[in-house]
Design a protein around this ligand. Structure first.
Ligand code: HEC
Length: 245
């Protein structure tokens, strides 16, 4: 009887832990700093260089980007537009979705709003979680998006990761991946790669809600104004009351 009770208690205690691992696994927390303009500019550059060939961002206009990211029209046209488009146009590409479906199995979705639909934590984890898997058509799989149909387009920069499995003695059952380990170095160190992903995700977060950036900026001026007002009111109060005893 005691053994049963102990087993029941152990199971009870273990349950929440197990579900937590299953549901939230491998998605890391990621904090964005939208008012980091340099990071946004780098993110935009990485985005047009590495993502725009397959994914569009058709609700984002280049001119808006220029304005929000502190770039001139000329800088945007020279450094960010590779599609022969004009600055007033939206960020689209020439890929037809029927072709894309044939090539990849799934058409690459538009990414304008992806930071809202997936969340920044998920995006940050997704871009860092590709691993080598010879069983997949592109030779890679993804920890947070199992059997994804996107090739690891940043593999040259990140290198190749292999899965390290949890050691368990359940035998026979499918093995569970514990974490990934870099086995083929890429052109970047892992710190550099993580920073690049940070910039990319920060840019995607901005793109999903450009007004947030404006709110942040207006908010800072409002705070500054209130502080100045506070000082002035205090001085005024002292002036008015100085002869009252
Ligand atoms: C060679 C084409 C290609 C390139 C380049 C590419 N992707 Fe993808 N991507 C895809 C395909 C195809 C899918 C659909 C995968 C699926 O549904 O299985 C996808 C899916 C995604 C998704 C999942 C979207 C969702 O909500 O389901 C995200 C996020 C994403 N890509 C981000 C990026 C980023 C960021 C870049 C640039 C660093 C990039 N992709 C570059 C082909 C590409």
């Amino acid at each position: 009887m005691w053994t049963r009770l102990v087993t029941a208690l152990a199971l009870f205690a273990a349950t929440p832990v197990a579900t937590a691992i299953e549901s939230g696994s491998h998605v890391e927390d990621f904090e964005i700093y939208l008012n980091n303009e340099a990071s946004l500019q780098r993110g935009a550059k990485y985005f047009v260089n590495h993502c725009l060939s397959c994914h569009s961002a058709r609700y984002m206009r280049y001119s808006r980007l220029a304005e929000d990211l502190g770039l001139t029209a000329d800088q945007v046209e020279k450094n960010l537009i590779f599609t022969g488009q004009k600055i007033g146009e939206t960020m689209t590409n020439a890929m037809r979705s029927e072709d894309a479906k044939r090539w990849f199995g799934n058409a690459p979705p538009d990414l304008t709003l992806v930071a809202r639909s997936r969340g920044v934590d998920w995006l940050y984890s997704y871009l860092r979680s590709f691993y080598l898997d010879p069983a997949r058509p592109f030779g890679v799989n993804n920890l947070v998006y199992p059997n994804v149909n996107m090739p690891h387009v940043l593999a040259q920069l990140q290198g190749g990761q292999r899965p390290v499995y949890e050691d368990d003695d359940r035998g026979g059952e499918e093995k569970v991946i514990d974490h990934l380990e870099l086995v083929q170095p890429g052109l970047m160190t892992s710190e550099e790669y993580d920073r690049m992903v940070r910039d990319l995700v920060t840019f995607m977060a901005y793109m999903a809600e450009p007004a947030r950036l404006a709110r942040l900026r207006v908010g800072m001026w409002v705070m500054l104004f209130l502080i100045v007002l506070l000082v002035l009111s205090y001085l005024l109060k002292k002036e008015y009351w100085k002869d009252v005893h």
